[in-house]
Design a binder for this molecule. Structure first.
Ligand SMILES: *[C@@H]1O[C@H](CO)[C@@H](O)[C@H](O)[C@H]1NC(C)=O
Ligand SMILES: *[C@@H]1O[C@H](CO)[C@@H](O)[C@H](O)[C@H]1NC(C)=O
Length: 503
């Protein structure tokens, strides 16, 4: 064989092709996402009761960078037809939005369904279907009815039952038209971040104990809601139910840090995945041992990570139809040095349970969010991690996107972020044979970014928050994404005239 022919064979064998030649497989679906508290506004309209986020923004505004709230947000409660219109302009296959629990069930319980809330989601779902867009519905995106928080919220094991009752209402009201359900969005943010930060969803800080109560209850709430669908609704409606995890790739700083990186992955999302997605079920063994040992050493009578009963373990094991995968950013992980303080409580900076420091590579570009540094290869690594851990589970990428200050419609950095991450998705599909069936851009429109308020924007569409109508305007990233969906080509069209050395 001539050297050239050999080279060609090597190219093919290694898959050393240009990623831009790769295509998304037939049937692959594209969507964009939002969540109720971040876009709806109408915080007190027509019988809606306050959520934990109404409480946080109203009673502790200093915890929000610009002291803002979601009181009006994008006014999607009134402007929902605009959201459907732009979703249709983009050519989306599906639109992922969330239902506000306190809007639908103001008491938190199914004893009273709020008619205006019921109708709002009915209209949204029907409007999407009329435009040929599938609704992908998140049941819970962090806006717990405040009443349930007063009763302990996600730290109270009763929340498992409360959530199951809420899920039953949703399946009954909307299950005939909604075929993809996400039970809970990013339990990492709710529990791991949530109980470490003063003002996140719960409004309660208790990193050592609260975090783990929350984790176990989230796992059981999701699993019971899945069992309920499987038992009582699947035959009738033929839909599917999953959970959406937020994953940070933890890159070992040195060879010696590989073990701690692996424990870090178990801590960050293994705890939320292993009980359902692993063959054996239960907690991931490594991190379970670490928490038990740390608890004992500190003088607790038992592990701070609540165990599963055999029955609970079986309820959770296999309770999924797909793996929802949210990715934004990565960290470098290393063991803490003897002399080094483990200062911040922030899970973005360290994992106290593991005595590990989290850092970023100085070459990783920073977005406008304090926690968000760009490292595209991390996404592919994590997609493979899911496959390595849980086998050939179907993965739906339920969030991925970029934050900027949002002053420009010509958002080159966001376009580049999408292009580079879509490339990683293609490589994961074609080279690593990961079964990825959909991709969701976060977000369809600028919105209330939790503790960052309106200081940072994720929208494909800009929202004018000074305009009472909250006018939506396409950014260049919207045009780029529309082109990807239409042409199945991730490269940035020449016509975009992007003048940048980096591209
Ligand atoms: C809702 O809240 C606004 C302030 O955000 C207030 O002006 C209005 O009166 C409230 N409406 C109801 C029905 O309570
Ligand atoms: C991916 O998962 C879906 C859903 O389980 C399945 O229908 C499909 O055959 C899988 N594709 C591959 C390539 O394994």
């Amino acid at each position: 064989m001539s050297p050239w022919r050999l080279f060609a064979v090597w190219l093919l064998a290694e898959g050393a092709w240009c990623a831009s030649e790769l295509k998304f497989p037939p049937g692959f679906k594209f969507g964009a996402a939002t969540s109720a508290y971040q876009i709806e506004g109408a915080w007190n309209a027509s019988g809606k009761s306050p959520s934990t986020w109404d409480t946080i923004t109203h009673t502790r505004p200093h915890h929000i960078i610009d002291q803002s709230s979601g009181d009006i947000a994008c006014d999607s409660y009134n402007q929902w037809k605009e959201d459907i219109k732009i979703a249709s302009d983009l050519g989306l296959d599906f639109y992922r939005f969330s239902i506000s629990w306190p809007r639908l069930l103001p008491t938190g319980f199914p004893d009273a369904i709020n008619e205006d809330g019921r109708r709002y989601y009915d209209n949204l779902i029907n409007g999407l279907l009329e435009m040929g867009i599938e609704p992908m519905v998140t049941m819970y995106h962090w806006d717990l009815p405040q009443r349930l928080q007063n009763l302990g919220g996600w730290a109270n094991p009763k929340v498992v039952e409360w959530f199951e009752d809420y899920a039953r209402v949703l399946y009954k009201l909307y299950g005939d038209r909604v075929k993809t359900w996400i039970t809970i969005n990013e339990p990492f943010s709710m529990c791991t971040l949530g109980y470490a930060m003063v003002a996140f969803s719960a409004g309660v800080t208790d990193q050592d104990v609260g975090t783990y109560l929350c984790i176990k209850n989230v796992v059981m709430a999701h699993s019971k809601a899945w069992r309920l669908y499987d038992r009582d609704f699947r035959n009738k409606f033929g839909g599917r139910v999953g959970i959406a995890n937020q994953l940070f790739y933890l890159k070992p700083a040195t060879k010696e840090d590989e073990e701690i990186a692996s424990l870090g992955h178990e801590f960050f999302y293994g705890l939320y995945s292993h009980p359902m997605y692993s063959k054996e079920g239960g907690w991931p063994a490594g991190i379970e041992r670490v928490i038990e040992q740390n608890s004992k050493k500190a003088g607790f009578a038992r592990s701070r990570l609540p165990p599963f009963t055999d029955e609970e373990k079986e309820i959770a094991r296999g309770a999924y139809d797909f793996y929802g995968f949210n990715y934004y950013s990565s960290r470098i992980i290393r063991r803490r040095g003897d002399e080094e303080d483990l200062l911040a409580r922030s899970p973005f900076k360290n994992i106290r349970e593991l005595n590990a420091i989290l850092e970023v590579d100085p070459t990783w570009k920073k977005s406008s969010s304090f926690w968000f540094y760009v490292y595209p290869p991390g996404m592919r690594k994590l997609l493979s991690w899911v496959k390595d851990q849980y086998g050939d589970v179907e993965i739906v990428i339920t969030e991925n996107g970029y934050s900027s200050t949002g002053t420009e419609l010509n958002d080159i950095d966001r376009i580049k972020y999408y292009r580079d991450h879509l490339e990683q998705v293609l490589l994961a599909i074609h080279k690593d044979k990961v079964n990825i069936t959909g991709y969701t851009a976060w977000s369809l429109i600028d919105n209330f970014e939790w503790n960052e308020g309106y200081s940072t924007k994720f929208g494909l569409y800009e929202v004018n928050f000074n305009d009472p109508k909250r006018t939506r305007t396409a950014r260049d990233s919207a045009k780029y994404y529309k082109n990807v969906i239409k042409t199945n080509d991730i490269e940035i069209p020449k016509s975009f005239n992007i003048i940048s050395d980096e591209l």
